[in-house]
Design a protein around this ligand. Structure first.
Ligand code: ADP
Length: 326
């Protein structure tokens, strides 16, 4: 931790429940270890424009239970240019910030990695995304809350679905990852999940119809991961209308409500542990790493690994869903 006195913290990209718990944990652990802390608003944009405020312990009081992020988040095109990143670097120098903790998803950590290398600047990342798509960590901050939200919504849809004889496609988030769709399907007793990871292997819609998904049921619920690879729920419904017109199909797109809500205990604890671990990492002179959790232990994952590798889906889950949906 040579030469670090002041740590800057920002949230970037898509927001996720639990980001506030992470901001609190980073701030409090940093102050506990004698560092000064500065909150940077609106992600990398605030780093360029200088929307920066010193954080004391009371700045993060009463936020652990709140969804969203008190630091706000943004997408910043300028940070993708060398000129924009130079402006960000100059701002860090001006503000006396010697290290950064970046909370965000794949894109934010990609930006962090480029910046850290370009300016030899210490950065530790925290995986903040509901998609759970970062490699090297079993879970990301926000994933459990989003999964619980999906579960509550699908339970409600099932009430109406069982009153009619219908096929329901429910589209959930996940970018190019099927974790929310697959685990959401298991948690709600859905008939199937259509996910990008196996889209190139099988025609999942055809498989679903061939397996006679309605044989012993009067309604069927299928969770679909939003992704250009699966085509999303709307295009699957179109296909059903054209190819299997005997089915009465309905689509629900859960959309942004999946990002909201008070974080679950799992996410609050995960964010608190990871936030504290970010400060440990800086104390240990770690840089260019993302904090991960593996078998309930904190791990340091090099940015290069966390971003570049596709996190594999657990095939056992797919198998379980297939067996339980007969
Ligand atoms: P997420 O972090 O949720 O994946 P985005 O992909 O939108 O969200 O990325 C958030 C921000 O991270 C972008 O608006 C940009 O400022 C920064 N970023 C993403 N990719 C890069 C890149 N290749 N180079 C520099 N900055 C990047």
């Amino acid at each position: 931790m040579a030469g670090i006195n002041c740590i800057g913290i920002l949230t970037s990209g898509g927001d996720a429940p639990g980001m506030n718990a992470a901001i609190r944990a980073v701030t409090r652990s940093a102050i506990y270890s004698g560092f000064k802390v500065k909150g940077i608003y609106r992600g990398y944009r605030g780093l360029i424009t200088g929307e920066i405020v010193e954080f004391k312990t009371q700045n993060v009081s009463n936020i652990i239970q709140m969804g969203g992020t008190i630091l706000k988040t943004a997408r910043c095109k300028e940070f993708q240019t060398p000129e924009g990143r130079k402006m960000a670097y100059d701002m860090l120098q001006k503000e006396g910030i010697d290290a950064l903790v970046v909370i965000g998803g794949d894109g934010s950590l990609t930006g962090a990695r480029i910046f850290a290398t370009e300016f030899n600047f210490p950065i530790v990342g925290l995986p903040g995304t509901i998609d759970n798509d970062l490699f090297g960590t079993d879970k990301t901050i926000g994933y459990d809350t989003a999964l619980n939200t999906i579960m509550e919504c699908v339970d409600k849809i099932r009430d109406t679905a069982t009153s009619h004889e219908r096929l329901f496609f429910i589209e959930v988030m996940g970018r190019d990852a099927g974790f929310l769709a697959l685990n959401g399907a298991i948690a709600t007793g859905a008939e199937a999940a259509i996910i990008p990871e196996i889209s190139t292997e099988v025609d999942q819609l055809e498989e679903l119809i061939k397996n006679g998904f309605r044989k012993s049921k009067n309604s069927s619920i299928v969770l679909v991961a939003e992704s250009p690879i699966t085509g999303g729920a709307m295009s699957l419904a179109e296909r059903v209308k054209n190819e299997y017109p005997q089915y009465d199909v309905r689509v629900t797109i859960l959309g942004h409500l999946q990002r909201g809500g008070s974080p679950t205990a799992v996410d609050r604890i995960l964010a608190s542990r990871m936030g504290a671990a970010a400060i440990d990492a800086l104390l240990e002179d770690q840089r260019n790493v993302m904090i991960g959790i593996s078998n309930d232990e904190i791990v340091y994952v090099p940015f290069s690994k966390a971003i570049k590798n596709d996190k594999p889906i657990n095939r056992e889950l797919l198998n379980t869903l297939r067996r339980l949906s007969i």
